[in-house]
Design a protein around this ligand. Structure first.
Ligand SMILES: [Zn+2]
Length: 446
């Protein structure tokens, strides 16, 4: 049986106020109900947005919750609300805001999302990073952080501080721009744990494999910021013989949301700080236990900019069976790629589909995908960066895999879709892919 997630003991301390008391589902739910009530009172007193947005006391669905399920009567908060009314969601004085994260998104309004954190909010994130990393890190470990970390309060800097609390040393490298430089640092600083973005970490593994350089052994890799293709996990395990963990989070959650336990079968969540729901994205109603839907969360302990029923746009489900680690915490299935391209005739294509077709093949470092329309025909262009042996054979295999893919094959045969594969072996062209953003198929159709 895998070791129980360290998040349980941490959450038990927060919920019960004692380090010896056991956590039960009932204690956790009572605590969450209480914190939800406090949060609702707080935002109604402090935020002009929520004063407008939430029903008044005494209204049919007011803010008094008798049970957790009553939260379903409250309206959602969306990314569009955050863009338009972000300033009005702030519940503290400007001087109490310690960090502002600006997220440039491809949203139609052109307004960026801004998320505001107080020092206490940042401490909550730091605390989660400390406790979450205990899953894979022990004192004395050396961790290379392939995430932005130059600015105080940035994800990499908070992670470095969280690791120090766990007795481990974090080295902030930043996102991978030059694989060679990251590999050199892995060697120089004798790191045995990596934290990074899935495709960037894959690139390191494949460049190292090709160059046949020996590095100090890695025991764990934590992948974060984007969905994790199974083919990438398989390759990392093969090249490094390490365990590969996933983290799920977004800036709005306070950077961190949840992390795998050693059972590696889904994320356990920061349930003392965040209350999660899964809803039907069309009706907005909660789904049945174990069904897929959109992830919605409410902050329970945030002071700067609390979020009530925030729609993430991510899809997943709660796994109904108990986690093999034996925790009472919930277990959220790995979050998949959120973007899906409509190909017509009921066919959909996502970056995750393409990932599983393209990444398994040796030498593939990264790729991008673009869909356009020319003379009424869809044109999918895949730019694939390669650096490995037997290039011709690998290229031919990828071509075959794409041409026989169930979502693409018929459309190609019927002349509705053309696929262009461009292989590039100039690894100087590597630029870290999409940086820290989520990888998506770029849809240029009108
Ligand atoms: Zn578990």
């Amino acid at each position: 049986m895998p070791e129980k997630t360290p998040l349980e003991a941490w959450i038990a301390r927060k919920v019960t106020g004692s380090s010896s008391e056991m956590l039960t589902t009932k204690k956790l739910r009572d605590y969450q109900l209480n914190k939800l009530g406090e949060t609702l009172d707080y935002v109604r007193a402090k935020s002009s947005f929520y004063q407008r947005h939430l029903p008044r006391h005494g209204a049919k669905a007011d803010c008094s919750l008798v049970q957790l399920e009553d939260i379903g009567a409250l309206p959602f908060t969306t990314a569009a609300d955050l863009r338009r009314f972000g300033q009005e969601m702030i519940c503290v004085k400007g001087s109490d805001i310690h960090r502002i994260v600006t997220l440039q998104t491809s949203g139609t309004t052109g307004l960026p999302k801004r998320v505001f954190f107080t020092e206490e909010d940042q401490e909550l994130t730091l605390d989660f990073f400390h406790q979450g990393m205990l899953t894979m890190v022990k004192p004395g470990d050396r961790v290379l952080i392939l995430l932005p970390g130059k600015v105080p309060g940035s994800v990499g800097e908070l992670l470095q501080r969280g690791l120090a609390r766990a007795g481990a040393e974090g080295f902030v490298h930043g996102p991978v721009v030059t694989p060679q430089a990251a590999l050199e640092q892995m060697n120089r600083d004798k790191v045995n744990v990596l934290v990074g973005i899935p495709t960037q970490v894959l690139t390191l593994a494949r460049v190292q494999k090709k160059a046949q350089v020996t590095l100090p052994p890695l025991h764990s890799v934590l992948l974060t910021t984007d969905h994790v293709p199974r083919s990438i996990v398989r390759e990392l395990v093969k090249v490094w013989g390490c365990q590969v963990f996933n983290h799920y989070g977004m800036t709005e959650m306070g950077l961190g949301g949840g992390v795998d336990c050693r059972g590696l079968s889904g994320y356990h969540l920061r349930e003392a700080d965040l209350y999660f729901e899964i809803i039907d994205p069309l009706t907005g109603r909660p789904v049945q236990a174990g069904e897929f839907g959109e992830i919605v969360f409410t902050t329970l302990t945030r002071t700067g900019m609390p979020l009530i029923r925030y729609r993430t746009g991510d899809y997943s489900r709660f796994i109904v069976d108990a986690c093999p680690c034996g925790t009472v915490l919930r277990n959220l299935e790995r979050v998949g790629s959120r973007d899906c391209l409509n190909l017509g005739a009921g066919k959909l294509l996502s970056m995750a589909d393409l990932d599983e077709v393209i990444f398994p093949w040796d030498g593939v470092l990264d790729f991008s995908a673009r869909m356009a329309e020319e003379y009424g025909k869809m044109v999918l262009t895949l730019e694939i960066l390669m650096d490995g042996p037997n290039r011709e054979r690998v290229e031919q295999t990828i071509r075959q895999e794409v041409e026989t893919h169930p979502a693409l094959r018929n459309l190609m045969e019927e002349g509705q879709l053309q696929v262009n594969l461009n292989f590039n072996a100039d690894t100087a062209a590597y630029s870290g892919g999409n940086g820290t953003g989520k990888r998506m198929i770029c849809d240029q159709r009108g």
